[in-house]
Design a protein around this ligand. Sequence first.
Ligand SMILES: N[C@@H](CCC(=O)N[C@@H](CS)C(=O)NCC(=O)O)C(=O)O
Length: 210
Amino acid sequence: MNLYFSPLACSLATRIALYEAGAPAEFTQVDLKAKRVLNTGRDFAEINRLMLVPTLSVGDGAVLTENTAILQFIAERFPDAQLAPASGLQRARMQQWLGFIGTELHKGIFNALLDQKAPEGAKEYARTKIPSRFALLQDHFATHEFALDRFSIADAYLTTILNWSAFSGVDLKQWPAVNDYFQRMLKRPSVARAMKEEVALYQEEMRRAS
Ligand SMILES: N[C@@H](CCC(=O)N[C@@H](CS)C(=O)NCC(=O)O)C(=O)O
């Protein structure tokens, strides 16, 4: 498996899941501004026509896109890591979380706040969604350690998205249980390792750009 990623982008969730699973994987950095593979200069559109990370090459030329599909693929490929419930209501609950994180948080809020090309009106609209979405998280994490009843791919994705708060002017301390959850997740070995590696790569990227 080869994960095409950009430092601290949503592809970080896949790296966390791979580390949780102890899965053998290669990591290929993409320059999302140039839309090229960093070390070879290969046109990223040849790999993913939408030029988005995460993109996972899974062997035999097969390429998987979309966070929710990739995360579930990893959970199923490495069942011993117990990164997703197998079936039933808990499975649907996990998909509910992935849908909520992907649409309501990632795309519905942070996409506009982080995109330098997004007009102020789009950012303003995204900000109107913050109170209700974060109140839901606050209520959940006031009584739960994880999104589900143990660490899952939903936590890998949610931690990745919450990490963008610092870059978006969203002060997580407004929701103490969400902030506590995020700080707890940062201490998890898979998350701490992934974060440390990607912060270093992000800083290198910033240095190259300046
Ligand atoms: N629907 C995609 C969205 C992925 C996505 O938004 N990736 C961002 C990084 S977090 C990206 O590659 N952005 C580059 C761009 O928009 O050109 C998914 O859920 O995987």
